[in-house]
Design a protein around this ligand. Structure first.
Ligand code: SAM
Length: 324
């Protein structure tokens, strides 16, 4: 039995396995499997089993775990050693301080993407009733964080994957913002255009796939468990943003754009959007590790947006429209 094996390797002595011994044993197994943060992950697994915060677990290091908890924990550790992302095994992830349901329908939210949320909130502070669209919402993390932090914002979130959108809708319900985000399924701007919403969008944010195929082939094993379509853009990694840049003229009121990018894509992504948005102010923002992470584009004050006319419907950003 897996838990018994773990008990032996934890050196439990007489069957009493303390939190301290289990943390040590599981961290050692995770480290041997090449998991990058073994101590932190062992602590998260024990926190999950006990239903406690990490700090509370550390305060109870001399207490024992029950046999059923050890059994479940050992199964999680075994799968994590096969490099299944921990967030999928625990069924949850945190983004911008919000607990979200997390499973294989969508990418695990990344901490770098919180920079995109901050950039969008900067814009929303100046336009608290602004209309903002997110492309490629995945788990819904970004739009849900914006809805929670800016209660007056009007939000549309799209994705090509209906499965991801179903998870995003569940997460929106979890945080009580399901009435405030319209979820639409489709490719890039197509669902906004077909729903007559494109002509209302003032801000666009997106964390679209940006890995090149060769980068994906060499990436950490965890990425194999996430939807490939959420990660890989094509041979160069720039394909999704190239296509998006070519469609921006469909958004006549657009005045703000922020997209997440790969660690060394700053100048390539800047060049793409500089061509699509002539006269706009462009900024490449780095993450806390110093890598290129965001391209932010703003229409200078007083300058008319350069979009072309598109079919316009009355603005109806509420759940009276069906989730498709
Ligand atoms: C990198 S994930 C980001 C998910 C989420 N926004 C986050 O930051 O965790 C990219 C998302 O874009 C979606 N996607 C990929 N290509 C798309 C396209 N052409 N149009 C709309 N969504 C797309 C994927 O299904 C995936 O959910």
């Amino acid at each position: 039995m897996a838990a018994a094996g773990t008990a032996a390797s934890a050196g439990g002595g007489g069957g009493r396995l303390t939190v301290r011994a289990v943390l040590r044993a599981w961290a050692a197994r995770l480290q041997a499997a090449g998991c990058p943060e073994p101590e932190r992950e062992a602590l998260l697994i024990v926190s999950h089993l006990l239903g406690l915060e990490a700090g509370q677990v550390l305060a109870r290091r001399e207490e024992s775990l029950r046999a059923d908890q050890l059994e479940v924990g050992a199964q999680i550790v075994a799968q994590r050693c096969r490099r299944v992302p921990l967030a999928y095994l625990l069924g949850e992830a945190y983004f911008f301080g919000l607990r979200l349901r997390c499973d294989r329908r969508a990418l695990v939210p990344r901490v770098e993407t919180e920079l995109l949320a901050e950039a969008a909130l900067e814009w929303l502070r100046g336009r608290p009733r602004g209309v903002l669209a997110e492309l490629g919402t995945g788990s819904g993390c970004l739009s849900i964080a914006l809805a929670v932090h800016c209660p007056t914002a009007r939000l549309v979130a799209t994705d090509l994957s209906a499965a991801a959108l179903a998870l995003a809708a569940e997460n929106a319900r979890l945080h009580g913002v399901e009435e405030r985000i319209v979820f639409l399924c489709g490719d890039l701007l197509a669902p906004l255009v077909s729903e007559g919403l494109a002509s209302h969008v003032q801000a666009l944010v997106a964390n679209l796939p940006y890995l090149a195929e060769a980068e994906y082939a060499a990436a950490a094993p965890e990425l194999r468990y996430e939807p490939r379509a959420a990660l890989v853009a094509g041979p160069t990694g720039l394909e999704a943003y190239q296509r998006l840049a070519g469609q921006l003229a469909l958004l006549p009121k657009l005045e703000f754009l922020a997209v997440e990018m790969g660690a060394s894509q700053g100048s390539a992504v800047r060049a793409l959007f500089a061509r699509a948005l002539p006269g706009w102010e462009l900024e490449v923002r780095r993450d806390y590790a110093g890598w290129d992470r965001l391209l932010i584009a703003r229409l200078p004050a007083g300058r008319p947006a350069a979009g072309k006319k598109v079919p316009r419907a009355p603005l109806q950003l509420d759940r009276s429209k069906p989730h498709r």
